[in-house]
Design a protein around this ligand. Structure first.
Ligand code: UDP
Ligand code: MG
Length: 316
């Protein structure tokens, strides 16, 4: 099978028939063998029955319904697990992404050898309240992830080599950082294609302003995981040791001053009135805490099933 199209959706009943018809038309015109996997993320409208009806008339259409709304990432992850096509294409259900991009995305994966191609909504049809924070968000994501050539991390329209989607786990709200997840999994040939974008035709956006707060927190998590995920002691141990040393030096200063004071007559020194006393307390306690955190982190990674998962590129 050439292509699996994975569509996560939440309350998109109006868009589904039009979207499906469009995808099927593009597939037939280009002679692709395909499947469309609709992952219904706990919709409360009639999306499920719309998909069911379409699946009855076209055997290439499949539907999976969650029992409740889990989020876009879980929906994508579930779709990825089922995808059989050589190339997996994800797109939003709201008709903002154009199925006409599919042939070129397919070509970039199969002929130009990309692992992942992300759409770039160069000209966006979304309100300013969304486009401006998005620019900032993408700039940060580029820096932190080190994927310098991507302008639009969170575009719903993306294409993957099948192997890639089987080796990444999209959870929480991590769908915003799939290129980063792919890079961390060892897939480095990540490309971009300018794609046509449209204003939402039916329904309304499913993400509010909290996306930006959560987006940044998720980015911090991913950065930390990729840097220290399998060696937490390297950061916590280092910080802990540094703090402990600072605390220890402060103790030494306090002791020294006290001894000098005891030996001389005119000089009085109150240990509890000295700034070094407090510095030594804070730094030694914090240092030990950091150190222990690192140690616990090591014990956790030791028990993780992921600890020895390496992606082998080639065997000779
Ligand atoms: N979506 C989903 N689960 C959710 C929220 C959204 O499956 O909890 C789907 C939604 O139906 C759409 C896609 O994710 O197909 C993108 O959502 P939306 O268009 O609301 O995001 P925006 O374009 O505003 O960034
Ligand atoms: Mg949308």
């Amino acid at each position: 099978m050439d292509i699996s199209v994975v569509v996560p959706l939440y309350n998109e009943e109006e868009s589904l028939p039009e979207l499906t018809e469009w995808i099927v038309r593009v597939m037939n015109e280009n002679g692709f063998t395909y499947e469309i996997i609709f992952v219904n993320d706990g919709s409360t409208d009639s999306s499920a029955s719309v998909i069911k009806r379409m699946a009855e008339t076209n055997p290439a259409i499949h539907g999976i319904s969650f029992s409740r709304n889990y989020g876009k990432s879980p929906a994508l992850n579930t779709g990825f697990a089922r995808a059989k096509g050589d190339v997996v294409i994800t797109m939003d259900a709201d008709l903002q992404d154009s199925p006409d991009e599919i042939p070129e995305l397919f070509r970039m994966i199969t002929q130009e050898g990309y692992d992942l191609v992300s759409g770039w909504k160069k000209k966006r049809y979304d309100p300013l309240s969304k486009t401006i924070p998005t620019k900032l968000f993408n700039a940060t994501a580029r820096r932190v992830s080190g994927i310098k050539n991507l302008h639009d991390f969170n575009c719903g329209l993306k294409a993957y080599r099948n192997e890639v989607v089987k080796h990444i786990e999209v959870y929480g709200d991590m769908h915003r950082y799939i290129p980063y997840l792919a890079k961390n999994a060892g897939y480095r040939k990540i490309g971009e294609k300018v794609v046509h974008h449209q204003a939402r035709k039916y329904g309304k956006t499913k993400f509010g302003l909290d996306r930006f707060v959560n987006g940044y927190l998720d980015l911090a998590t991913l950065w930390f995981q990729s840097k220290f995920g399998i060696k937490p002691m390297h950061i916590f141990g280092l910080l802990g040791s540094l703090m402990f040393i600072i605390g220890f030096i402060a103790v030494f200063v306090v002791l020294l001053l006290k001894i000098i004071a005891m030996c001389s007559h005119g000089f009085h020194f109150w240990v509890t009135k000295s700034v070094y006393f407090y510095l030594s307390l804070v730094f030694m306690v914090l240092g030990v805490q950091f150190f222990c955190t690192g140690f616990i982190g090591e014990l956790i990674t030791r028990n993780s099933t992921e600890r020895n998962n390496y992606l082998i590129a080639e065997e000779f």
